[in-house]
Design a protein around this ligand. Sequence first.
Ligand code: EPU
Length: 423
Amino acid sequence: MEKFIIEGGYKLSGSIAVAGAKNHALKMIPATLLSNKPTLISNIPEIEDVLLMFEIIRALGGEVKKMGKGKYLIDPRKIKTTKIPYELGRKLRTSVMFIAPLLARFGKASFPHPGGCMIGKRPIDMFLAGFQALGARLREDNEYYHLIASRGGLKGGKYVFRKSSVTVTESLLMAATLAKGKTELIFAACEPEIAALASDLNKQGAKIKGAGTHNIEITGVKSLKGGSIKCVPDRIECGTFAILGALLSDDLKITNCNPAHLEVFWLHLKKAGVNFTLGKDWVKIKKSPRPFKAIGDVITHEYPGLVTDLQAPLTVLLTQSKGITMVHETIFEGRLFYTDILNRMGADIILCDPHRAIVNGPTKLHGKDMESPDLRAGMALVLAALLAKGTSTIANIYQIDRGYENIEERLSKIGAKIIRQEG
Ligand code: EPU
């Protein structure tokens, strides 16, 4: 098991580029199976979750060929099975993203309950109900769910979300692309990666209107034509690097990003007193003239609200901000337990219940031996360790590798003292 050894307290400077969005790549990779022609995807982050998605494609019979850094050609012409291997499916949440293309193109899909970050209950009831709204029948046995389309394939339908879900919206959008007739999605999620996926599919011949809003209309088409697409920049990486800059740099430039995807997040940084400038595809962080201030309340929300995936890094900033802030995590019920680890480092955070924590700052942090609980909390611990006095070790960094490409190399280039060690 690998771990990070981090020497805290060193100033960072220079420029760091944002990778392609994990949560766009993880949808576009399975979406290539909607066509029977190859698709070339560029700006793919080379992270563990992406490699697992490629393994699933290969296990289904498809081919994946590396064409250059972050550039992969996916050829679905030899898909031979619609059953996702149990062990692979259990390894990550987005194995669930293969159901829609398999069901839409081949009329059936068998899959285990997906794995992934332990950040809450994460049921799949809305996936199942959504596919059934498009005419699929569901059967379950001990290990697998089996969905089967009626003869003639999926049929357009109407699905009303009880609460908007990112991956359910993306799944139904994919499934409806090849369904007969019109599909209406009401109270769909609006995240930028959904609009990006819809725009990729439209380029390949799909007819999707309204993606990026709560109401999406899809008119089914017979086939998609493949082609080439590019992943949008990762907004979570961009926000994480901005917090890193605020905490540890007098001059950091973040490039290859799209700051327009994080409007509400920037408002929070402004309120805390972070000194930053936004460009079209860059962010500059400079030394703040005054100490950071508490924000009062931080409430995560579906897009365009404050993104839950930046809640943990933002909390690290709040440990350095004068005053009290209530952090209210509204999306997942298991995403605040890392605050206990920050307390061991010297933070003053009261966990009120699974959804709310009170952060009292500023407090000095000191290095500790710790373990990454999940992807985003793990990255928040990296930020805390870079800031803390002394040495920290972070174990279970597989969780961090799932979403951040070569993070220690990229951070070292801007001056961080972080190394990867076996054992
Ligand atoms: N939900 C259900 N039933 C379902 C599906 C979801 O009740 O069938 C609930 C969830 O339990 C949650 C709420 O709906 O309470 C919203 O979750 P959503 O389905 O939107 O989350 P997701 O699609 O599983 C994606 C991102 C997450 C991100 C959330 C919220 C991907 C691969 N994952 O998850 O990203 O936190 O949306 O924006 O797109 C991450 O990158 O670290 C990550 C966890």
